[in-house]
Design a protein around this ligand. Structure first.
Ligand code: 13P
Length: 247
């Protein structure tokens, strides 16, 4: 199974999102075994869900809070995300961790809250350049994956996004992706035994139509989480087609 998700981050206005969806839908035909998703900013969740209804493309939120409702100014709940027509929610993106101080302990609660609302969580993990240069990559990933020991098994997509490869144009080398994806696969088996094998592991970080076909050939790479290249419908369509061809 392959899964490619466009993470629009804090980009696009209503009219631009409508144009994107129209252009993407015009060229896209779904194929079994390959899921395509779009994660717009919160203001556009409901309308992008409406634009994509019936297309087979699923909508994801970029973050969500674990409480169901109440005095949490600026947050949105998993129930509200579901109510806006979403299929899933990205959790623990490195920009949430490093810019907004997101903690692993919140991620345990967020994963459980997502499951309670029948949302598919996409849990992001990845090391910084300092951590990689110091030889701590696998230790960092091991620690980040520990949240899965606390939650226990459930429906999940995992995204490995080396922080130094995000938005930098510096994609990880094949050997680096191969080492980490094999490690994550083993960790998932250790943590969740058989259920761990059901978790697709995406790669993210400067994915483009030029490098994606090669990345998809790496063992245990089950697709991509794409930032910059996902803002152009023609490029995102190419990425979707490359993933379909790699099934
Ligand atoms: P880029 O594809 O722009 O490097 O972003 C990756 C990312 O953070 C997706 O979540």
């Amino acid at each position: 199974m392959k899964i490619v998700i466009a993470n629009w981050k804090m980009n696009l206005l209503s009219a631009e999102a409508a144009n994107f969806c129209q252009a993407f839908k015009a060229g896209y035909s779904p194929k079994p075994g390959c899921e395509i998703g779009i994660a717009p900013p919160a203001t556009l969740l409901r309308e992008v869900s409406a634009h994509l209804a019936g297309s087979g493309v699923q909508v994801y939120a970029q973050n969500g809070y674990f409480e169901q409702k109440g005095a949490f100014t600026g947050e949105i709940s998993m129930g509200q995300i579901k109510d806006a027509g979403c299929h899933g929610v990205i959790l623990g993106h490195s920009e949430r961790r490093h810019i907004f101080g997101e903690m692993d302990e919140n991620l345990v609660k967020k994963l459980k809250a997502a499951w309670e609302c029948e949302l598919m969580p996409v849990l992001c993990i990845g090391e910084t350049l300092t951590q990689r240069d110091a030889g701590f990559t696998l230790d960092v990933l091991h620690a980040q994956l520990d949240v899965l020991k606390l939650t226990g098994p459930g429906p999940l997509v995992l995204a490995y996004e080396p922080v130094w490869a995000i938005g930098t144009g510096r994609v990880a080398e094949t050997a680096q992706i191969e080492e980490v994806h094999a490690f994550i696969h083993d960790e998932l088996l250790r943590l969740w035994s058989g259920r761990g094998m059901e978790v697709p592991i995406q790669y993210g970080g400067s994915v483009t139509p030029e490098n994606f076909a090669g990345i998809l050939k790496v063992p245990f790479v089950a697709g991509g989480l794409v930032g910059g290249a996902s803002l152009d419908p023609a490029k995102f369509l190419k990425l979707a087609e490359q993933a379909q061809a790699a099934i």
